[in-house]
Design a protein around this ligand. Structure first.
Ligand code: C2O
Length: 353
């Protein structure tokens, strides 16, 4: 049977541990339980005519776009923490389903949305509602997230921390980032390159191209690319897909602050989504899933009913809790989401390892 939403009344403190690559510290706990819904939870119905959200690369947007983006996060940060749409509570959703605040329904095993086939669709839905909330807050239904185009190794590509997130005092800024990784330092997608300061830009780029090729082109099956099966009552999953395990995780670890015990914000699940750059990072993950679907004809997603019928909970733009299904997220065009193309994929699609 598919994974379904947990019993929200049984929330426990989430556990936080040091990620690989930082000095070990004792585990701790944090309370990131979801705010209880104020109305009965309804099944989310996709609009028949979806609002179009065209997501652009963060390194290409203009000053007006950035100003609007900044405004949206300013408003989101200003909401009281009793509002599920506030940035803190948005981040807690990630914490709750990643750091084990809930058990699976009717089971003593933790509910976890990473390291399995749930990773891609859960994060797609998460972005979908996050984007709608931001759009609602600034009263611009067309508002669209940007994507951090870290796979793009072209000259002046997206492979640095996008400038729009680096202005101190802006609502898009987060001080808990690795200060050694500000532009023009290239981001690294290879876990084995993290922390290695002896690499030339040429080497980083070659390694990045190789990681992209291996994780998106070579990984041709849903088990490899999306991650493995995870069903109702299963123990916590541990076989994530290549996109999740390699470039996605590397960007989290690369961005989080090495001065923080648990690599906050981006380097730890419980805190990652407190940083607005998280949503730009995940837009790129989501975009690359859609790119993968098109490689070599059409690469198919999992078709197991336990995948298609898995359900999650989110808050909509009014702050009401809704229930969504994985199957409804498989076609981005039904969600109104598309990604503006830039030339940069070609470099890794055609990479010769
Ligand atoms: Cu839910 Cu990038 O992790």
């Amino acid at each position: 049977a598919p994974v379904v939403p947990p019993d929200l009344t049984t929330c426990a403190p989430a556990s936080v541990t040091t990620p690989p690559g930082v000095p070990a510290a004792p585990a701790t706990t944090v309370n990131c339980c979801l705010l209880p819904p104020t109305k009965p939870i309804v099944d989310y119905k996709l609009p028949t005519k979806p609002q179009i959200h065209k997501r652009r690369p963060a390194h290409k947007v203009d000053a007006d776009y950035i100003q609007k983006y900044n405004k949206a996060y300013e408003l989101m940060r200003a909401l009281p923490t009793t509002d599920p749409r506030s940035l803190m509570r948005q981040a807690d959703i990630h914490c709750a389903f990643c750091n084990g605040a809930y058990n699976q329904l009717g089971s003593t095993n933790k509910l976890q949305v990473h390291f399995s086939w749930l990773f891609l669709p859960w994060h797609r839905w998460y972005l979908y509602f996050h984007e709608r909330i931001l759009a609602h807050l600034i009263g611009d239904p067309k508002f669209s997230l940007v994507y951090w185009n870290w796979d793009n190794q072209a000259n002046v590509g997206g492979n640095i921390m996008p400038a729009m997130f680096n202005q101190q005092g802006s609502a898009l800024y987060d001080a808990k980032r690795n200060q050694n990784h500000l532009p023009p330092v290239l981001n690294t997608l290879a876990l084995s390159d993290l922390g290695n300061t002896n690499l030339t830009n040429e080497q980083i780029i070659q390694d990045n191209l190789n990681v992209m090729y291996q994780s998106v082109v070579t990984a041709s099956t849903p088990d490899l690319f999306m991650g493995k099966k995870y069903s109702a009552g299963d123990p916590e999953p541990n076989i994530g897909g290549t996109l999740e395990n390699a470039p996605h995780t590397a960007i989290h670890a690369w961005t989080g602050s090495d001065k923080e015990t648990y690599l906050e914000d981006m380097g730890n699940f419980y805190s990652a989504a407190r940083d607005p750059i998280f949503y730009a990072h995940h837009s790129n993950v989501d975009r690359l899933w859609a790119v993968w679907n098109t490689i070599g004809g059409r690469r198919r997603d999992h078709t197991d009913p336990d995948f298609l019928n898995a359900q999650f909970l989110f808050y909509d733009e009014c702050g009401d809790m809704v229930r969504v299904r994985v199957e409804d997220a498989l076609d981005n065009s039904k969600l109104g989401v598309s990604y503006l193309k830039v030339n940069g994929d070609k470099l890794w699609l055609n990479f010769e390892p």
